[in-house]
Ligand binder design. Sequence first.
Ligand code: ADP
Length: 467
Amino acid sequence: MSRLIVVSNRVNPPADPGLGSTGGLAMALAAALREYSGVWFGWSGETTEHFTGQIRMQRVGGVTIALVDLEEQDRLEYYNGYANKTLWPLFHYRTDLTSYERSFDEGYARVNRRFAETLVPLLEPDDLIWVHDYHLIPMARELRKLGVKNRIGFFLHIPWPARRLLTTLPKHRALVETLFDYDVIGFQTEDNREAFEDYVIHEAHGSVAGPGRLTAFDHTVQVDSFPIGIDAQGFIEAAKSDEATQQFDRMQTSLAGRRMVLGVDRLDYSKGLEERFLAYEQFLIDHPEQQEDVFLLQIATPSRDEVEAYQEIRHRLDGVAGRINGEFATVDWVPIRYVNRGYRRDQLAGIYRAADVALVTPLRDGMNLVAKEFVAAQDPEDPGVLILSRFAGAADQMTDAVLVNPFSREDMSDAIRRALAMPLTKRRMRWERLLEGVKRDDVNAWRDRFVAALRGPPPEAANGDKP
Ligand code: ADP
């Protein structure tokens, strides 16, 4: 059987599968690599004065990892720069926060080249190479330049933006051209796949070469949507663990009979946190009779704090949460509990279980795994209600959630009222259907579908021969 070589910016399999780490990607990839033999290759997160290209091989949590250090300039121009100041905001529809700097382009190209040069000596001829996310779009181009003939696939975890937005990126065509060195390109949703096709046809003068196949720049690639899932079974178990039960009991005590609306996110401007706080404030204004019966617990783990836009949003959220609390709090009730730390996966499961309502309201999100985890953690006897943004990839699958427009405070205020008032039979019916989808379309299904596409058709089918 071919080995699977996973390539991503950071390599962080959880040492203990129960613990988890921030970012949905790590859990998903570790689960994939435990089943297939192979290697997970990427940046160690460390920097050295001069790039050496030396690889450190390790075994972590049943997974073989290969780490390479980068230079400080790489971190600034590639990671903080092109990845997180250019592509991330642009692909999340925030041209107002997007920096277009030539030094970032150079850093991005340099790191992709360095990754390719470092990976090549590890490769065997029939390895399947699976490259992840926006940090590494040109990786296949660099590998092909070095003579790599293996099948290479790319999966984009974040949204693919509309054509008009992408064309604001200098050298957008050159970036898209590099994608045509892959054999398979995967997106989270059909909507993203269509946006890509639209770009290829109208900007790259490409064409549809058959079902799921696009031709441009003299290459044909297979393009499909592969919505990512969670380790559903693992999460359901985690929600029943002692740690989860303890956390659940602790939450129940602290609820003191009140209803809890919950948000859990990385602290990122794409997650719509400020809009969420303001919508919740609108709910408090619209329904003064419910004020002291409800509170919002928002857990927001700081991330990418070297990037100004993240310092800025953190500062703004401190201000908005403080203002709302100052305005509405009474001596024994605080409307927003705002927490800036991370929790273990099992603790998080207990917190999800204690919530009456989850507010998952990103302005734009590739998928959003919190929505799926929330569903997996619920008590079947008394499940909570999921309020989900239409602009999360998850909304395509989770149509039994209460879908909202996160840009409308009134819409969200109404949704909170409806969710809190939803009768048990309706909650159960919706939740059962959501859970069925979360279990069926889990991380294993996602991985297996992608890897099957990456393997390609069996040789006889490719030749059109009958067996
Ligand atoms: P993103 O990948 O953009 O952060 P996702 O919702 O897809 O968004 O994935 C977030 C992952 O990070 C989930 O698995 C979630 O459990 C985890 N996570 C988010 N916030 C926290 C937190 N405060 N503590 C622990 N885990 C968190």
